[in-house]
Design a protein. Sequence first.
Lengths: 602, 429, 328
Amino acid sequence: MGIRCNLSLKSLYLYTIFLYTFISLFVFIKQNNKLMLKLLKNIHNILPVIIKKLYLIILFCSLLFTGGCEKESPNRQNRVIIGISSDISSFNPLFAFSVDEGTISELLYLSLINFTWDEEKGNINPGPMLAKSWEWSEDSSSITFYLRDDVYWSDGKKFNAEDIVFSFDIYSDPDVQSRLYETFSDFYTDEKNHIDIEKTFEVSDSFKVKIKFLPNSTPTLSETVFHLIPKHIFKDIERKNIATSEANFNPVTNGPFILAGWDKTQSIRLKANKNSFLYKPDCIDELIFKIVPDYSSRVTQLKKKEIDLVELIKTEDIKGLQNEEYLKITPQIGREYDYVGWSNIDHELYKSSGKIKPHKLFGSPAVRRALTYAINRKEILDEYLLGYGQLAVGPISAIFKDAVDPDLKYYEYDLGKAKSLLDTEGWKDIDNNGILEKGNLEFKFKLYIPSGNPRRSYAATVIKNNLKQIGIDVAIETIELGVLIDNMYEKNMDSWMIGWYVPIPLNLKFSWYSDLKKNPYNFASYQNKEADQILDEISIETNPGKLNELYKKFQKIIYEDEPVTFLYWVDNIVAYNRKIENIDINPLGAIHHCWEWTVKEQ
Amino acid sequence: MRFTYKIWHFLFLLWLIILVIRFELLINIYELIIRWDILLFNDSETAFAQLNFDLADNIVSGKLFIILPVLFFLLRKKLSFLKEKFSYASLFLTLLIISFLFAPLLTNGNPDFYKNIGMTKLLPPFTSIKVLHFKKDEANKGNSPLEKFFASRDKVIKKSFDESIIYIDSISVGEKAIYYQNGIGKETEKENLVFINGKPFITGQMFLFGSDQFGRDIFTRLIYGARISLLVGFGSVNISLLIGLIFGFLAGYIGGIFDAIFSRITDMFLSFPIIFLVVLILALFGNSLVAVIGILGFAGWMSLFKIVKTEVLSIKDKNYFISARLLGLTKSQLLTREVLPVIIVPVVVNVIFLFGNVIIAESALSYLGLGLGDNYPSWGSMIQSGQEYLSSAWWMIFFPGITLIFTLLSANSFGILLNRKLNPRLQND
Amino acid sequence: MKNRTAKLLVKRIISSIIILFLIITFIFFLVRLSPGDPSQKFISPSLSPNLAEKVRESLNLNEPVHMQYIGFLTSVIQGDLGVSYNFRRDVISVIMDYLPFTLLFTTMSFILQMIISFVLAVKSVKKINGFFDRTLSKLTLFLYAAPVFVTGVFIVFIFSELLNLFPSSGLKSYDFQDYNFLDKILDYLKHLILPIITLSLAEIAIFYRYLRDNLEDVFNKLFVLNLRANGVFERDILFKHVIPNAINPLITIAGIELGIMLGGTLIVEVVFGLPGMGRLTIDSILTRDYPLVIGCSLAAGTLIILANLIADILKASLDRRILEGILR
C-alpha cells in the first residue's frame, strides 16, 4: 500500500519550523537585549535551550505528518460514496420508516415489479423484477405472477413463491406493526386487517403465485409491490419480537447489493452482489453511505471529493458548487410543496361539540383567495429558492403531465385585489389602527411553523410583512415538528405552514375528503360535497383518460375554493461528482436504480 | 495636565451627535407628543386606544432625551460614577444602555423593514441604494385633533413596509418614466412620481453594516437587538438571583431538613448537564421570549444558591444576627437588612459573570435552532441566520458576533473591576 | 483515618444514589408530560392512521403516568433500563456504543487542557503583568467569549478546507478495517485532533485564568515573602510551596468541568460528526425515545457525580481540613 502526502505539506513543514525558530529567537532577543551580542559569541550556550525545545518541534511535526499523509487504497475506482444525514435503525424493510431506510431497503431486497418513470405521460411504468411476467384475470379480481427462478438469497437458498406468501402474511400481521399495517384494504383479511392466506394465495408451482383480491374492490398493481423478505430466516421468530431480532442487523438479502459492513453512526458499506441477475461487470462495485449529520460538513466533503453525491442541497450553496467543474447539479422536481394551512372550520367548536361551522376568519373562500393574492410567493421563490422550484396552483405537481390542468394560472401577487376582496367580505379598518376588523373581531392570528427549517422561517417572515400591509396582524410561532404535527391532528391551530411530500402514483383522497372522522389527514377540514363526489369517482375509475378528466375537474374546484394557500413546489437539488455516469435523476429518486451507475476512469 | 476622558464627556458627545443627525426626527417626535397630549385632553378614550408599543416607545425616547441630561446635570454631585475615568468596558456598556433606551432615535427605520428583496439583499457594508418616491395618498388631510395626530404619527413611527417607495438602479424620464431594477426596466406614469424642480425625487439609503437575506438593515437590527439581548440577559439573571437568594437564605437559615433537601436538589441540577434540560424544555414548549428567559434563569441559580447559603450559615451564629432575630424581625426583613449587605459583593460579581454567560447561551441555543428565531432581532438569531450565508455575506455574522464578544468582554471587565473595588480582601494590594 | 474516609465514602454514595433517583424521576415525568410522543415517527400520509395508535398501545403509553412510572421503577431495580424505541436494542447496549468514545475523547481533551493551562499559568506567574501575562490574559478572555461553534467552524475552515491537513468530520476512514494496528491508531488520531483542539480552547481559557489568579493570590501571601527572605530558590518556592496550596480550588473546578464535559460535548460532536453521548441524548430527546433519554441522563449524572467524588477525595487526602468539613 502506498502513502500519499499532500504536496503542500512539505512546504508547510519547513514553514512551521522556520516560524517556530524565528519566534523563539525573537522572544529570546526581546528578553535579553544586552546579552544578545554576548551570546552570539557564546553560541554553545544557546544550543541546550534549542535542544530542550526540540521535543516540542518533533511533537508538532509528527502531528502534521499523521494528518497530512494517508494510505492509498487500491480498489477506490469503482466506488461511490453518498452522504446522508443520519444513521438507520435497522435493515429490515418491514420497519423502513425513514427515507434513507427506504432507499437502502430497495438496494438490499427486491420486489415483484420494478417501476420506471415515464417522462412523457408523467406516470410510472411497471417492468419485471422478481416477476418475469404477470397477467390479470378477465374481471381483474386476481393476478398471476410468473417468477424468476434464478434469484438467490445471500445465504444460498433460492427465492421462491413461499417467500411472497410469507411476506404478505407478516407485513399485514398487526403484532408486527410493519410499515404497511392496515393498508391491505383490497385483500381478504380478518377483522384486524391481517391477510387471510388461504383465501388469497394459490401457489401451484414454486415459481408461480396467484393472488385473489376481495370481490368488488379495485386492486392496482402497486398494492402488490413491496420489498419481500426471506421466509426461512423470519419464520421461526416470534412475531412480536421481530422488531428487535438480530436478523435485522445482519440481513440475508437478494438485491443487487449486499451488506459489507455497518459502522454505526459512521457509514454503511454495500458491495455489488455478483450473483444477482441485475449485476453488470462495469457497474459500480461498492456503494458507501457516509453518515455526516452536519449539512455544511457534507457540502465541504463534496467539494473535497470525500463524498460523491449529496441530496437536498440548499440554494445558497449552488453557486459555489457550480464553480467546481467536476460537480454536476441537477434538481429533482415536483415531489414536495410548501403550503399555508387555514383552518376552514371553527376548530374549537368542532372539538367541543362536533359541529361543523365555518371559521370566523378563514371560513370564506373569498378571504382565502385574498390571502393568497396578498402573499408575494414569487419573491420567496426568486430570492430564497433562487428559482429552484415552481409556483403552486394546486396539489397536483407539473410532473403528472396528463393530469395537470394547463389552463389554471397561479394567483399573482396583487395587494389591490386582496384588499378589495376583503373589503367586500366586510373587513374594514375603521379605527385606523392598522388592523382590519369586522364588527368586534380583529383580523389577528398565530401562524405556526416547524423549527429547524430555514426556508419556512424565511417564508414566514415575508408572509408576516405582506399581510401586515393589508392590515392583517400575524404572529409567528416556531415549534418543533413533532409537536406541530400533533397539533395538526388535534386541530388546535388557526393556521400553520408545512410541506407535503406527494406519493407516486397520485393519490388525493386522504387530504381533501370532507368526512373528518374517516379522514384525519384533512388537516384544513375542507368541506365540499362536490369535491367528495369527484374523489369517490376517482377511486373506482380505472380508465386513464377518464381519470385525468376527473383530476382536472377536481383541480378547478380546489382553485376556486383555495382551502389552503399553496406556496410552491420545491426542487430537491442533487449535487454529484461527474465521474458517476448513467445516472438518472427523476421524480422516483436520485439513488433509484443505482446498480446501473458506472464510474468513469479518472 | 493630561486630559482624562470622563464618562460624562462621552455621554455629552453622543447627545450632541444624536441631536445633530436626527434633528428632523426629534422635531417630529415632539410634535407627536404635543398632538397626543392634545388628543388626550380632548378625547382621552381614543387617545388610550391608540396607545401601542411603538407609540409609547417613541414618546418615551423623546421625553428621556430631554429629561436625562437635565437629571444628570442636577444630580451631578451625587452620581460620582459619571466622573469616572473612561475605559473601553464602560464605553461599550454605555453604548448598550443608550441603544436600549434610545433605539428609535439612533436608527431611522423599523428593524423588520424590507422592500424589493432582489435589489437589497445581502449588500455589503456602506452600500447606498437609490430610493424612488411615489406620491402618497393624501386624502386624509383633516383638521380634527385625531386626524392631525394620525398625520403626525405616520411621520414618526416607522412601519415594516412602505408602499410609497421602491429601490432602483437608475431612471430615465421621457414620455413615461422608466426605472430599472436589476437590469429590468419597468414603466410608470409621471403623475405617480414626486417631482422636484422637474426631476424625479430620488434619495439614497445607506446600509451602514450591510443588509441581511431579506434586505433588512443590519445596523438597525443590531441596535434593536441590543434591547432583546439585554432583556434576555437581565430577565434570566433576575430569575436566577431571585431563586438563588430565596432558596439559599431559607436553606441556610432554617437548616436541617430544608437544607438537606435543597442541597440535594441543587446537586441534582448541577449533576445533570443543564444544557440538556434547556434543550428539552425549549424543544418541547416552543421558543417564545418568556420560555427562553425562564429556562436560562432556571439554569443559573445554583451557584448563587451556594454562595448565599454559605454566607448565611457563616453569619447565622454571629451576635448581631441573633439579636436581630430576637428583636422580632420577620424572615424577609432579616434577609434584606442583615444578610443582603454581607453577600452583596460576591453575589453581584457572580451575577455579572452570569449575565455574560446567559448572552452567550442564548446565541448557542440559536445555533442549535432553539433560540428566539427570526421573530425578534436578537443577536443570537442574527448569527444563526447569518451562518447560512457565511461565504457570501460575512457581515451578517461579523457585526452581531463582534458585539456579542465585546459585550461579554465588557461585562467581564466590569465584573473584575467591581470585584477589585468592592472586595475588601484584595483592597490591600 | 481509614474509618473516616470510609464514612465519607458511604455518606457520599448514599447521597449520590438519592440524587440519581431524583434525576430519573424528574426526567421521567418531564418527558412524558410534555407535548409530542414517540409515535410521531409513525404518522405520515403513506402509513395507516391506526399504526401510531397501535404503537402507542404496545409501548404502554396510554396508561396513566403514575402506572407507567411504577412499571418503570420495577424494571430499573432489576437492572433493565428498557429497549430504545429508535434503535430497537436495549438501552444499555446503545449507550455502550457511544459512551466509550465520549469517555476517551473527554479524557484526552481534559489531560491536554490541564497540561497546557498549567504550563501557561506557571509561565505567566513567573513574570506577573509582563508581556506574556498580559497578552495571554487578553487572548484567553477572547477565547472564552467566542462561542464554541464559532471557533469550531473557524478551525475546520482553516485546517480542513484551506490547508487540507485533517479530515473535517467522522471518526474513521472507509478502509479502516484493512489497516494494521498502528495505522488504526494514527487514523483515530488524525480524525480527533481538530475536535480536541476546538473543545480544549475554551476550557484552557477558563482553567488558565483560574489557575493564574490563584497562583497570584498565593504568591502574594505572607509565607511566600517569608520563604523568599530565607533565600529559598524561586523554583522550589513555586513547585514545593505555592502550587500545592493553590491546587485545591483547581481540583474542584476541574471536577465540575470534567463532569460537564462527560455529560456530552454536544456542540463539538455536532460540528465534527462524532458518535458521542451528547448527540445521542439530543437525538433521543427530539425523537422522544423515552427509555434512551432516561438512560443517557442516568449515564451523564453518574459520570458527573463520580468526577466530583474523585475530585473531593483528592482534595480531602491533600488537606485534612476539607475532610473535616465534608464529614460535618
